[in-house]
Design a protein around this ligand. Structure first.
Ligand code: NI
Length: 227
């Protein structure tokens, strides 16, 4: 399941974050790549250990935790500290898959990558190209979102970033280990949660059928969640 999560960050929060990271020193993006993706990757990245990256990652993680839509769709157990990259002057990231396991350099963080996410930090008008292309069973989807919006997609998907031919594309990217590993089960729980919220709006949170459906949702989550 691919999901567009709008306004994870407000425009003011995007500006604040950009001021922080734009002023920091960037390095070649291949510092985080596996051997296969290193071949395809041409971009720049903010060093993980730097002060700007740490503070930026915290800001993004706080925003993710506040996003009801993100939490409902991802059912996050662990989020790898968000990283930052940028593309300019024809830079690109060719077709690849993300590594199954992501481990920090010091080994203190290790997650199974169930979901990948890109949080756009440049406005679409500020650059040409740079679409995130994600392939799933329904074909290839090209994604280019307003600054502050996020796209969530299964880490098993083949994906790429089109060459940026004008301007600069800045983004944060991250991997999520979900409490519910199976994509189909997670999608079902998300659909159910969305329907329950809609029914609760119409009928009231305490209405008997809403309470019963909420119970069913939690029973499914109890059966499927690995915590
Ligand atoms: Ni990737």
């Amino acid at each position: 399941m691919m999901l567009h999560v709008p306004e994870v960050l407000t425009k003011a929060q995007v500006s604040e974050l950009r001021a922080l990271i734009d002023a920091a020193p960037w390095v070649d993006g291949n510092v985080t790549s596996g051997a296969q993706s290193a071949l395809a990757k041409r971009n720049e990245q903010l060093p993980e250990d730097g002060e700007a990256a740490r503070r930026g990652a915290e800001a993004v993680q706080d925003a993710l935790a506040r996003s009801r839509l993100f939490v409902s769709a991802a059912l996050p157990q662990k989020v790898y500290p968000p990283l930052f990259n940028r593309y300019a002057g024809g830079q690109t990231f060719g077709l690849h898959v993300d590594n199954a396991i992501r481990q920090s350099r010091h080994g203190d963080i290790r997650i199974r990558t169930d979901l990948s996410a890109t949080l756009f930090l440049s406005e679409p008008d500020d650059y040409d190209g740079g679409e995130l292309t994600v392939e799933d069973t329904y074909g290839a989807h090209q994604v280019k979102l307003p600054a502050g919006d996020l796209i969530l997609y299964p880490s098993t998907s083949l994906h790429s970033v089109e060459p940026v031919t004008r301007g600069t594309r800045v983004a944060s990217f991250m991997w999520i280990q979900s409490m519910v590993r199976d994509d189909a089960r997670r999608a079902l729980l998300f659909d159910m949660d969305v329907s329950i919220q809609r029914l609760a709006m119409q009928l009231g949170q305490g209405e008997a059928s809403v309470v019963a459906l909420t119970g069913t949702y939690h029973n499914l989550l109890r059966m499927w969640a690995e915590v």
